[in-house]
Design a protein around this ligand. Structure first.
Ligand SMILES: C[S@@+](CC[C@H](N)C(=O)[O-])C[C@H]1O[C@@H](n2cnc3c(N)ncnc32)[C@H](O)[C@@H]1O
Length: 180
């Protein structure tokens, strides 16, 4: 799937999307772990959602995504139509104000967190018991925004959650959490 035009359009309009390095990292991770039920928080105009949904569709994987901005949500839906993906559901909601378990009653195999960095810890608290011991959770941009993520590291320490910080780019890292 060629997403280069959508990438260029996002860059031209200063819409923040995953870097090429993060895309490569996610690609390998999805191939390795073969998740079925996936969740993404922060779809912007659906660049990473299209990428993930396309990657998991051959194994009947499904992706749920959330976007707080209604305009971005609508633009993203138009982008998804162009790529004819049917395994993707997006909700135009503030993730912190919804009862996630009512919308997604399944165990989450893969979670990609790419939204308001200061809220990452609240986010984890919402979904942590929806993860299994085989689930993978990835948070993007953890070094660039480290000062905003004090609560996340405190939460991980308090719950004794094992995590890795993986250097995907020269100037940024992702946080990889496995619930063990
Ligand atoms: C970095 S962008 C996501 C980029 C996208 N993952 C990609 O790579 O194509 C972060 C998005 O999170 C959304 N967001 C911020 N707070 C949110 C919330 N509380 N609930 C849902 N979405 C939120 C923002 O509106 C923004 O579009």
């Amino acid at each position: 799937m060629n997403l280069s035009l959508l990438r260029e359009s996002c860059i031209d309009r200063n819409i923040p999307i995953i870097s090429i390095e993060t895309e490569d990292f996610l690609s390998k991770l999805l191939e390795q772990h073969k998740p079925k039920v996936c969740l993404e928080i922060g779809w912007a105009v659906a660049y990473s959602s299209i990428f993930i949904a396309n990657k998991i569709k051959e194994r009947d994987g499904i992706l749920y995504s959330f976007e707080i901005s209604y305009n971005d949500y609508l633009e993203g839906i138009q982008n998804v139509w162009k790529y004819e993906l049917k395994n993707l559901t997006v909700y135009p909601f503030d993730f912190l104000k919804i009862d996630i378990k009512k919308l997604i009653p399944n165990t989450l195999d893969f979670v990609f967190v790419d939204w308001q960095k200061s809220q990452y810890a609240n986010y984890l608290m919402n979904i942590f018991d929806m993860l299994s011991t085989k689930s993978i959770l990835v948070c993007d941009d953890v070094i660039k925004y480290k000062t905003k993520m004090f609560w996340l590291y405190e939460f991980l320490e308090k719950k004794q959650i094992i995590y890795d910080e993986i250097n995907t780019e020269e100037w940024d890292w992702v946080l990889l959490i496995k619930k063990e």
